[in-house]
Design a protein around this ligand. Structure first.
Ligand code: PEP
Ligand code: CO
Length: 386
């Protein structure tokens, strides 16, 4: 495994690149104080753990294991996060048993937790109850209440994010690997630590950071940032991604063509997957990158009800998984796993199974951001594979 960062890479080198989706922190002094506290804080995960996951993902690239990566779209803070993470670890264990039995390979369980506190947003502001307010960007940035004051970015929240991640890890460390979108670069940069090898840096905020679909610009800050850490990294791929730009991303993030280093998480949507995925898979294969292919059947299938409530249909989710697997299999590739948003609770946020229609959604809709599967809905997906 080559573990050196590219020449001249430094945790702050992303600052020379165009950066998308960062909050406009109102108080620079508060921001530097929060960054200093994080820079001095204990690492949340170790370099050895990150390497261990990278080796495990190499087995997935070699078709010898399957990944189930799942959790909230946006995590809560404090004791609620610990409770929610515990619930997720239980459903993740059940999913792992079922997928393992059906596929006949070990399952790598990755929580979307202990750090999933920052959200990319399409719009800067939104209208709620007739009031125009800035959008909610995850609890590491602002508060969800629809008030201008609550939506003001507060750098002190990054410290609460760190504290919550630490509490969640203390509870679950032995049960699973952690992952989140490495979106908020002031937070992530402060948690880079030097690794044991010469020129080695690793991200201590999580085992498995990913780049979102809105921040995957090849010359942008997020790609530059994750190109230098030795953790296994992932990148979301949406329906606008062209094969050439995906190959360029692979070259930046996986220059040594190292199995386990790079995972591509496709979230193309049930309508685009058959048209878009084949050329992406072929281009990446031709370029010789041994990536892990995951299917995120959630983010390309979000819709709004006539009342403006965000939801997803289980039938679309199942349709994208099935198509994704067929396309990969026909090309001799391995569907390495699924990336899901699930609550671990009996929520009614997606339509399908025991949530029989959109009129059921208001019964128990508690997500801070995107609609998540409940346990029954998530378990029903295990019948699609194997
Ligand atoms: C997410 O994972 O919650 C998300 C915003 O995904 P994407 O970057 O794929 O849109
Ligand atoms: Co989401």
């Amino acid at each position: 495994m080559k573990l050196q960062a590219p020449a001249k890479w430094h945790p702050a080198s992303w600052r020379r690149r165009p950066v998308a989706q960062q909050p406009d922190w109102p108080d620079p002094c508060q921001l530097s104080r929060a960054r200093a506290v994080l820079a001095a804080a204990a690492p949340l995960v170790t370099a050895a753990e990150a390497r261990g996951l990278r080796r495990t993902l190499a087995l997935v690239a070699d078709r010898r294991a399957f990944v189930v990566q799942a959790g909230d779209c946006a995590e809560p803070f404090g004791g609620e996060a610990v409770r929610a993470a515990r619930a997720k670890s239980l459903i993740l264990a059940r999913l792992s048993d079922q997928f393992g039995a059906r596929l006949g390979v070990p399952v790598v369980v990755v929580g979307r937790l202990a750090g999933q506190f920052a959200k990319p947003r399409t719009a800067l502001s939104e209208v709620i109850d007739g009031r125009l307010v800035p959008t909610f960007r995850g609890l590491a940035v602002n508060a969800p209440e629809p008030l201008v004051s609550a939506r003001r970015p507060d750098p002190g929240r990054m410290l609460r994010a760190y504290g919550t991640a630490r509490a969640v890890l203390a509870e679950l460390r032995s049960a699973l690997w952690t992952s989140h979108e490495a979106l908020l670069l002031d937070y992530e940069e402060a948690l880079v630590r030097s690794g044991p090898g010469a020129g080695e840096w690793y991200l201590s905020s999580t085992h498995f950071p990913w780049i979102g679909d809105r921040t995957r610009q090849v010359d942008g800050a997020h790609v530059a940032f994750l190109s230098g850490v030795t953790n296994p990294v992932a990148c979301k791929i949406g329906p606008d991604a062209e094969p050439e730009s995906v190959v360029d991303l692979c070259a930046r993030l996986d220059p040594h063509r190292s199995p386990g280093r790079l995972t591509l998480i496709c979230r193309l949507g049930v309508n685009a997957v058959r048209h878009r995925l084949p050329e992406l898979v072929e281009a990446v294969r031709e370029a010789g990158h041994p990536v892990v292919w995951l299917c995120d059947p959630m983010h390309g299938n979000t819709r709004r009800t006539q009342h403006g409530v965000k939801t997803r249909w289980l039938s679309d989710i199942a349709g994208e998984i099935t198509a994704c697997r067929e396309i990969l299999t026909e090309r001799g590739e391995w569907l390495g796993g699924l990336h899901l948003e699930l609550a671990g609770d009996d929520v009614t946020e997606c339509v399908g199974g025991d949530v029989t229609g959109e009129e059921d959604l208001s019964r128990r809709y508690t997500s801070l951001c995107d609609p998540r599967l409940n346990n029954k809905q998530a378990m029903s997906l295990t019948t699609l594979l194997g």
